[in-house]
Design a protein around this ligand. Sequence first.
Ligand code: GRG
Length: 311
Amino acid sequence: MTAEDVTPGMPAAYGVEAHRTLFAEWQARVAHELDLRLPGPETAPGRLHAAQRYSVLGPGKRVRPLLVYATGKALGVPENQLDAAACAIELIHAYSLVHDDLPAMDDDDLRRGRPTCHIQFDEATAILAGDALQVLAFQILARDPAAPADPSQRLKLIEILADASGTAGMAGGQALDLAAEGRKLTVAEVEDMHSRKTGALIRASVMMASHCATIPDATRSCLDLFATKIGLAFQIQDDLLDIEGDPKVLGKAVGADKEHEKPTYPATVGVAAARARLLELHAEALAALAPLGGPAATLAALSDWLVARRS
Ligand code: GRG
């Protein structure tokens, strides 16, 4: 994370400063944990393993693992008890990007400043790499020594991640997104699509970490509300960046949503109203966190970054 990563002058940007070092440590931590768990290119099928590693270990922001660690910090969970959840959620995210970039979906050539997986390798390898990354996420939750020792906690993490990835979550949201191209949606329909496509994994990051702790239901409900709001805000910022972002900072082309005639949030309500909704959701997310007090300061700072980010 660099100073370039936040929108200058945006009030929300300032909470990030004090936490930059910690966020960078967590980004490095999850990259290391992922590296340990991904199969090596020297093991057959080497090309598939190379494609998996290329897609996961590239320069991503690691937003979802950061949410896992920051939620764990708010609840007093040691980092080593969060590594399995952090890796699993990032693997699902990486798989979704590989498949989303395929010609049959968004047909993108550039991701994280590098050729997309199917360009670097080939389409069949990219499909298989995505499939294998998805499976690896659940293998980690099922049997990794760093996953919770209590089988019922482990099962809960698997359930949360499966629900967030399936038709009620990301895959369903992606289907709605593809079907919506060239159509006009209501604001409620756009919010539903965004909440599933992107919000579901953001929420799962927070909820998985919450199930690595034993906490009152009321605390978990506050986190659930926080995560739901910040997940939708994250996607609205993504929509805005596709209009106003700098391709050099983003590491991908802008304007793709317009080109695909996607009914994004700004396309539906206008840029100014989209920005207002983003700030409203951010304020609501912070209000939901308030009952957790000081220990949630890092999580609050992270949400500042998610709405002020430029990449
Ligand atoms: C293929 C089942 C399936 C789902 C794809 C996630 C997704 C659904 C599509 C990605 C398209 C997209 C750009 C969505 C906007 C929000 C989003 C997920 C942005 C990328 O996430 P970041 O910003 O990426 O966390 P990095 O590269 O930093 O990890």
